[in-house]
Design a protein around this ligand. Structure first.
Ligand code: ADP
Ligand code: MG
Ligand code: ZN
Length: 502
């Protein structure tokens, strides 16, 4: 199916009600793997962080990582879940080369946390409750690299390389109950949910939850049912969507695709799908296994996990300020509206702005750059804000240069552009590109004199009290200095020279 075969979003929503299910995998930030002592550090040479247990060699025995369990409980509590008094791990059996044990140690019918909810706030301030079915513990697989093909996918590759360093890294999978009633806002709800969940995970300190690094990824299940119906349609499952923006786009695309198939009399097959960043489309993956295909059974090599109620209560007491409350506090400190705060959250900018203010910028300036120029760039490049190659400290430095009058807005934007292009720190970019504002009063004064001379009629109006006309002269001076003057200072000079009060 090509993009042209889609039904328009509006038409799809006029006929159908979307139902969504979001499965989010979070890689925990523990030092060691879930069932062995191997390091989880990134960037090591392939297969150097492995041992008999995570390679699934005969005779090896797994041991549960206590921090992994603690993190799972914290996540469960923060999601308002009940915490199991007793639960087991289960083997999920399937063959894939990146999984050396031929089963994944996971949890099946006994998750550590279940029946919770997460309230998410939409752009207009409305709160939507997403119900959580369960959060369970499992382990990551290794990583395959397909070599020799054009696309990096297995099709067309000549061979594949396997790196088991990631095999056994702890994952928490958080599964929602079917999300109904969001209507046309389903994609927005999906994005807001993942954004809120990411904030929560970061606040708990259990993972950095960097989506672009695969530390948090989302499977988007979606189906449509005719409006007024209660019977769910067949779902598709778009796998491993790894940015907030992509979550929203994937849901939107699937709504339009399902509607096209259904309204032309076709049937949706239950399958996994791949999302494509380039055009926001999805394509068919594999036909979905049923749970029975995995031959789940309780893991015989691990003892059950039975967290004492005292421990659970202790962890509950230790929960940090939750993101929604923290956001409310920051919102007041920054003096922004609910709506603006929501946009900041959805842009993934809360922590970036906080870090920028901690580096010395005032909140208004930090907000302005992250939500303006940088958000625009992230959007253009199709990446999350925190993936841009600029740090909060660098943004704070740009803000400081503006505050001290060395840069005006236009020059500051060019400085940021230079930093993003890899030309160095803000100071280096300013130096290399010669971006300092013309603050030499002599040169400025001359440019102002010239502007007054060649715009005599306007100058007369200003002398006569029409101060608003000064804008035209400011414009002329800015043009003459190729934008490298401080517009406020130019205006002052003009009024001074014409002998009127500002
Ligand atoms: P699987 O492992 O097969 O993907 P899960 O139960 O882990 O199954 O996840 C399925 C997700 O899809 C859950 O979030 C669930 O609420 C949701 N879901 C189930 N049925 C439907 C449906 N018909 N349409 C949309 N979402 C659904
Ligand atoms: Mg799934
Ligand atoms: Zn190991």
């Amino acid at each position: 199916m090509t993009v042209t075969d889609l039904v328009s979003y509006e038409d799809a929503l006029a006929t159908y009600e979307p139902v969504m299910g979001l499965e989010v995998h979070v890689e925990l930030g523990t030092k060691t793997k879930m069932f062995c002592g191997c390091s989880t550090a990134l960037g090591a040479d392939a297969n150097t962080q492995t041992c008999p247990t995570c390679l699934g060699l005969p005779g090896s025995l797994p041991v549960v990582n206590a921090i992994g369990v603690e993190s799972a409980i914290k996540i469960g509590l923060a999601l308002n879940c009940s915490i199991a008094e007793w639960c087991r791990f289960a083997r999920k059996n399937y063959f894939y080369p990146d999984m050396p044990k031929n089963f994944q140690t996971s949890q099946y019918d006994e998750p550590i946390a279940f029946d919770g909810y997460l309230d998410v706030q939409l752009e207009d301030g409305e709160v939507f409750r997403v119900e959580i079915e369960r959060a369970h513990m499992e382990e990551d697989t290794g990583k395959s690299t397909h070599v020799g093909g054009a696309t990096g996918r297995i099709h067309g590759a000549s061979h594949s390389l396997l790196d088991y360093n990631r095999a056994g890294i702890p994952l928490i999978e958080i599964v929602t109950k079917p999300i109904k009633g969001a209507g046309e806002r389903a994609p927005e709800v999906a994005k807001a949910y993942v954004a809120e969940l990411r904030e929560l995970i970061k606040a708990l300190g259990v993972s950095e939850a960097r989506m672009e690094m695969g530390q948090m990824r989302c499977d988007v299940n979606l189906s449509l049912m005719p409006k007024g119906s209660e019977k769910f349609g067949t779902r598709s499952e778009t796998k491993n969507v790894n940015s907030l923006r992509s979550v929203e786009r994937a849901a939107r695309f699937e709504i339009q695709r399902h509607a096209a198939v259904l309204s032309s009399g076709g049937t949706i097959i239950q399958e996994t799908r791949h999302f494509h960043e380039e055009d926001g489309s999805t394509t068919s993956g594999r036909v979905k296994e049923e749970a029975e295909d995995y031959r789940y059974f309780p893991e015989p090599d691990l003892v059950p996990v039975a967290p004492s109620r005292e421990w659970v209560e202790e962890l509950r007491k230790g929960l940090p300020e939750l993101p929604r409350l923290r956001r409310n506090r920051l919102r007041e400190e920054w003096g922004v509206s609910e709506h603006d705060m929501q946009s900041i959250l959805n842009a993934g900018a809360v922590d970036l702005i906080v870090a920028t203010t901690e580096a010395g910028a005032d909140a208004a300036a930090a907000r302005k750059w992250w939500m303006g120029e940088l958000a625009r760039r992230a959007n253009e490049d199709g990446v999350d804000l925190d993936a841009l190659p600029i740090t909060p400290e660098q943004v704070a430095r740009v803000a400081a240069l503006v505050a001290e009058g060395s840069l005006n807005d236009k020059l500051a934007r060019q400085t940021i552009e230079g930093v993003l292009a890899g030309e160095g720190t803000p100071d280096e970019v300013v130096e290399k590109r010669g971006l300092k504002v013309v603050s030499d009063e002599g040169a400025l004064g001359k440019a102002v004199d010239e502007a007054i001379e060649s715009n005599a009629a306007i100058a007369d109006k200003i002398r006569g009290g029409k101060v608003a006309a000064a804008g035209a002269l400011v414009g002329a001076v800015m043009k003459a200095t190729r934008g490298q003057a401080d517009a406020a200072r130019v205006r002052e000079l003009i009024l001074e020279k014409l002998g009127v009060e500002g």
